[in-house]
Design a protein around this ligand. Structure first.
Ligand code: NDP
Length: 284
């Protein structure tokens, strides 16, 4: 039976570490990390995330600012707010909550954020740093996945790592992070042939698909480390991951639950990225 990786505990440990580092930064340099979160529209899930981010800022002693804009806010108005935040000395991290309404170009918005304040790590500058092996701000969920692996004492060097899902926010960045730790990385997606054969080779399997319980025990190698990124809401209202937890846990050596695995790490790493940005001292 697998060891269940406790994402709630690890995320709490990270928030505690960030709080102490922020305290030291304030004492030594007089800098209080500041995070601005911009929400356009009324998406209920996005509203919940934004609220959680503000609460986490309060817990770790950061300044937090929320911009709640109407769904019909123009792209130019949003760009204007971002440019102001780029020049705001009190703000070290800028996060524009995605998805944005259709009339706004997500690409343009991300490219306008000062890369040194891009705490989501989505700006091409930060993506480039990740790919070339000199990362500055790394996307939060993939970074959180790596922390779960490190803090569970799992060594990745020479291991077969398989990532199912190739999104820009999870699959691709986590593949580069695994590669940087000397894993041999295979990426799978909806066109992959014989997925079970590929996932069955994995010492470390990352599922970031968005399909409830798609990864079954017959797709997993005995003793594999299984990280479930999926968050799927069933008709019953219950949350479930991309991995059939009960049957896979019998075979795996380590597994993350949903909820309580990768989920809590994302905001913890957002706090860490904001601290990194504030410590780097790029604030204008
Ligand atoms: P996307 O929808 O952007 O990407 C899903 C990926 O899965 C795609 O690359 C797609 O392939 C692949 N895929 C879909 N169906 C199959 C299949 N049958 N076989 C193999 N691959 C398949 O999702 P995200 O990366 O944004 O998110 C993935 C999951 O992680 C979601 O459940 C999301 O809610 C969750 N998530 C959780 C976070 C957290 O904090 N815990 C943060 C972000 C996401 P293709 O490219 O070919 O279409």
């Amino acid at each position: 039976m697998a060891i269940i990786i406790d994402g709630n505990k690890i995320a709490q440990d990270i928030r505690n570490e960030v709080r102490l580092s922020a305290l030291a930064l304030k004492e030594q340099k007089g800098v209080v990390p500041g995070l601005a979160v911009v929400l356009v529209g009324e998406d209920p899930a996005s509203k919940v995330y934004v609220g959680r981010k503000a609460k986490a800022c309060e817990e770790v002693g950061f300044l937090s600012r929320e911009y709640k804009l109407a769904a019909d806010t123009s792209e130019e108005k949003l760009l204007c707010i971002i440019r102001e935040l780029n020049n705001d000395k009190l703000i070290h991290g800028i996060l524009v909550q995605l998805p944005l309404p259709q009339h706004i170009s997500t690409e343009k918005i991300i490219a306008t954020i000062d890369p040194h304040k891009d705490v989501d790590g989505f700006h091409p500058y930060n993506v480039g740093g990740l790919v070339t092996g000199s990362p500055f701000l790394v996307p939060c969920t993939p970074q959180g996945i790596m922390e779960l692996i490190f803090r569970s004492g799992i060594n990745l060097s020479g291991k077969e790592a398989v990532v199912v899902g190739r999104s820009n926010i999870v699959g691709k960045p986590v593949a580069f992070l695994l590669l940087a730790q000397n894993a041999t990385v295979t990426m799978c997606h909806s066109k992959t042939k014989d997925l079970a054969e590929v996932t069955g080779r994995a010492d470390v399997l990352i599922a970031a698909i968005g399909k409830p319980q798609m990864i079954k025990a017959n797709m997993v190698k005995e003793g594999a480390v299984v990280i479930d990124v999926g968050v799927n809401r069933l008709e019953s209202g219950k949350l479930t991951g991309d991995v059939a937890f009960d049957e896979v846990a019998v075979k795996a050596s380590y597994i993350t639950p949903v909820p309580g695995g990768v989920g809590p790490m994302t905001i913890a790493m957002l706090m860490k990225n904001t601290l990194t940005a504030a410590t780097a001292g790029f604030g204008k």
